[in-house]
Design a protein around this ligand. Structure first.
Ligand code: UD1
Length: 417
């Protein structure tokens, strides 16, 4: 079952609803650790990473109840084991997000170091430095981060680099710290803002979320509350590319209006007609071959690294040459070798991929190496001539809810197994 087969050459056409955002729901689930009582989280996507985070919370002592409408009731009143073991963290780096909430509420945490992953080294030194600046005593030994403190104290924290989960960890920790915390050079990704909305509804005092300076005035306690997770802008972007790469047309309900502008601009440059409203986004690329577009990934609001692999696939069949520059992760071109197996003409030089578009890709057996790489191979398979088998497809279930059902509903022919 770890393989999908895609019949290429069919056009993606029709309407779908987007799912809740993976990168928003993971920190929000971690944030439920900050308060006793029942939190109700809705629009939760059915993803492997969500299951992993839920299991982690359950291992710590949380009680979870699922409803039939993508809702979860989470009760963190009795956390008995504030730990994230290696087995969990190694399968999902975002497990590190429990560190800040655990230290803030319980004054202790034991969280495995994530180590490297397929797309790069991905250290967590900035998370650790931030918590230390707030008075946490932190020791790293035997592959674990051991953190303890009486109560965290607010401080001014200048982040060395813009880090999304680093900002989220410190933001969550600061909500229960004594006094004021100022996070400078904070990530401004929409998912940080969604987390801040949830924390604010829990009673946190936060100003500036969505800007590079976030100010948090610590409170003594937070209360459990309800929250609806924002739509997944990367899922939306991926489906827009699916329609663009097959010369189709798509309308996606539950839009993330204003949060995908860099991607929309590049799709327009590639030749697509796009309409974005608060309710939906539509793309029309019928009868057109994509024009090549140069991409440079960078933190929000610039072009997201999580859309880079998908645009490699789009550029692979574009009418001309393009350059994709990856500035965030050092090893995020693993899909390129697989796309080449399908006839793509791509050369990687350091942080850049130089893509000479070909008229037509051809179906081939390929292997996914990470989440977004697997999406790019599926997109390439949709556009290719003949049949494409994508092996190790389990990566895609980490971040795309029911992807083959959604694509099949739009006219694709994808079979798992
Ligand atoms: C998050 C997203 C991921 C996305 C990435 C960049 C989640 C769950 N994941 O990952 O989908 O690809 O943002 O938009 O939200 N860094 C350090 N030290 C640290 C932390 C980060 O050097 O302590 C570096 C990283 O190696 C990387 C850069 O900072 O080069 C940005 O990474 P970061 O924003 O932290 O990525 P994640 O939060 O892990």
């Amino acid at each position: 079952m770890n393989k999908i087969t895609i019949k290429g050459g069919l056009t993606i056409n029709g309407e779908i609803f987007s799912s809740g955002a993976k990168n928003a729901v993971l920190p929000i689930l971690a944030a439920t650790l900050l308060a006793p009582g029942d939190c109700k989280i809705t629009n939760v996507p059915h993803l492997h990473d969500v299951t992993t985070m839920n299991q982690l919370l359950i291992q710590m002592g949380a009680r979870l109840t699922y409803d039939q409408h993508k809702g979860i009731l989470i009760n963190c009143s009795d956390i008995t084991k504030p730990e994230a073991p290696y087995e969990t963290v190694k399968t999902m780096r975002a497990s590190i997000l429990v560190l800040g909430p655990l230290v803030a509420r319980f004054g202790q945490a034991k969280v495995s170091l994530p180590g490297g992953c397929a797309i790069g080294a991905r250290p967590v030194d900035i998370h650790i430095a931030g918590l230390k600046a707030m008075g946490a005593h932190i020791e790293v030994r035997d592959g674990y981060i051991y953190a303890s403190c009486d109560r965290l104290k607010g401080n001014r924290i200048v982040m060395d680099k813009v880090t999304v989960t680093g900002t989220e960890n410190i933001l969550m920790a600061a909500t229960l710290a004594q006094g004021e915390t100022v996070i400078e050079n904070a990530a401004i990704e929409p998912e940080v803002v969604d987390l801040a909305r949830f924390l604010t509804a829990m009673g946190a005092k936060i100003e500036g979320a969505g800007t590079s300076k976030i100010t948090v005035t610590g409170v003594d306690t937070l209360k459990a509350t309800a929250h609806q997770v924002m739509p997944d802008r990367i899922e939306i972007g991926t489906f827009l590319v699916a329609a663009a790469i097959t010369g189709g047309a798509i309308k996606i309900h539950n839009n993330c209006h204003g949060e995908l502008d860099a991607v929309i601009d590049k799709l327009k440059e590639a030749g697509a007609d796009i309409e974005s409203t608060p309710d939906y986004i539509s793309l029309d690329m019928q009868g057109k071959r994509p024009r090549p577009v140069d991409i440079r990934t960078a933190p929000h609001p610039a072009f997201p690294t999580d859309m880079q692999a998908q645009f490699c696939a789009l550029n692979a069949i574009a009418d001309g040459t393009s350059i994709i520059t990856e500035t965030l992760f050092e090893n995020r071109f693993m899909h390129v070798e697989e796309l080449k197996r399908m006839g793509a003409n791509i050369k990687v030089e350091g942080h850049q991929a130089i893509i000479q578009g070909v008229q037509q890709l051809s179906g081939a057996p390929v292997t996914a190496t990470d989440l977004r790489a697997s999406a790019s191979l599926v997109l390439a398979g949709l556009a290719a001539n003949g049949s494409t088998e994508v092996h190790d497809i389990h990566y895609i279930d980490r971040g795309y809810e029911a992807i083959e059902e959604k694509l099949n509903q739009l006219g694709a022919q994808i079979l798992r197994g």
